[in-house]
Design a binder for this molecule. Sequence first.
Ligand code: TNX
Length: 509
Amino acid sequence: ATAVATGAATGATGAVSAPAGSAPVALVPLPSQVSAVSGPGYVLTAGTVVRGEGGSAARAVAADLAALLRPVTGLARPVEGTGSASGLVLRLDAGAGTGAEGYRLDSGPGGVMITAATGAGLFHGVQTLRQLVPAKGAGTVPAVRISDQPRYGWRSGSLDVARHFFPVADVEAYVDLLAQYKFNVLHLHLTDDQGWRIAVPGLPALTGIGASTQTGGGAGGYYTAADYRAIVAYAAARYITVVPEVDLPGHTNAALTAYPDLACAGDAPAKPYTGVDVGFSRICTGKESTYTFVDRVVGALAALTPGPYLGIGGDEADTLSAADYDTFMARAAGIVRAHGKQPLAWDEASGAGKDAPGLLGVWHPLSQEPPGLAQQLVAAAQRGAKLVMEPADRAYLDQKYDQRTPIGSSWAGYLSVERSYDWNPDSYLTGLPAGSVAGVEAPIWTETIGTVQNLEYMLLPRLPALAEVAWTPQARRSWGDFRQRLAAQLPRWQQQGLSYLEADGVPWG
Ligand code: TNX
């Protein structure tokens, strides 16, 4: 593993040793500023109240906090209004100066005060507070002063529900994990060769045939509009924006079996695909009817999606000519824009010229870059495209930890926790204009992952590592410090009944 020099190997320590009698502060992701305050912390008692002030968003976040703490402490209960009882106070204040997602947290013997200019900021502050409450039972929130805001505005988890289908409840469990590590985007990979997972009005065979199976030959499944709305609402309540993705023009075997006319003459696949190999399927980019199809699908998803982004895929269309591919991606991006959304696509789409999608997911590892791709991405960024960094050799959580990992793949190499942590998204590609990295994504592809337990096993502990890559300033990050704080998360995962790996390199204790 090549360690990325941070220039701040010393002094980047975030684990603040707490005053005697209170728990150590071991937060993930590390806030931008943390200081221990001398003196006692706040003792949670049967009288502890949780209060939201300054608007309904504050009261909603307060109610969530109370519900989260109740099983842990058995104590806190929500009380609305502005009474003077001590406790946990969430204060929404438009003038707080904490930015779009930041917050301040002050704790002492009288209680804990979280202040933020937005509901998102309060929500992230609450996730920090959850980690300040002792993992097991009631206790003391240490006296501390935190001022925090994210490095990147885009922090996504990407879940492949096409290779294996995950019902709404599983997606919600994944969203819970994203939320507690301060991710703010759920990228849903809804379609691929092995399955089409979202109902589209007027195109019943997409799900009738296209959702009938999955990798390995299981039953498959799909989301109705109501299911999808439930996911959007669940995510929104956690300040997470859903970005739906339909993968085009490759990765389309499921759509092609449903509607063979999407293929060029003689090109339609014979049957559903339940294998793992990629790169063979394509819709017919030269037929006008293909764009009618794209318009209907994009229109339906745009209508269901309150967030501003919509993904159109664009990866591994290996059997199309570059010219046909570029023409298709530019036109599909235009269709997304016509439906009022901003198109997101994989890095190959950076070659589609001035109409290329403005948000590009950088997934190719440097060691496996197609010729010219890096220069093409730099050129796109110079034209104003923003990049979501998710190179497979750092961010692909479907890659095995090491040779002993029973599930996952390893085409990008093994991905230890340290490798997933110790890199800098701004300098992964050289020559990018400043500010072109929008953020970081942690994708999990599910060819080998069919249960929520196996998902969690691949996510924990690497999802928190990528959370810190996305949230914490580079100069404050160091592996030696992170690994200690990561180890302290273990009892929280146990308490939540999550699956995880006690991966190498972390002092689990
Ligand atoms: C590459 S990443 C793919 C996916 C696979 C993944 C497996 C990307 C844009 N395409 O189709 O699921 O590798 O790691």
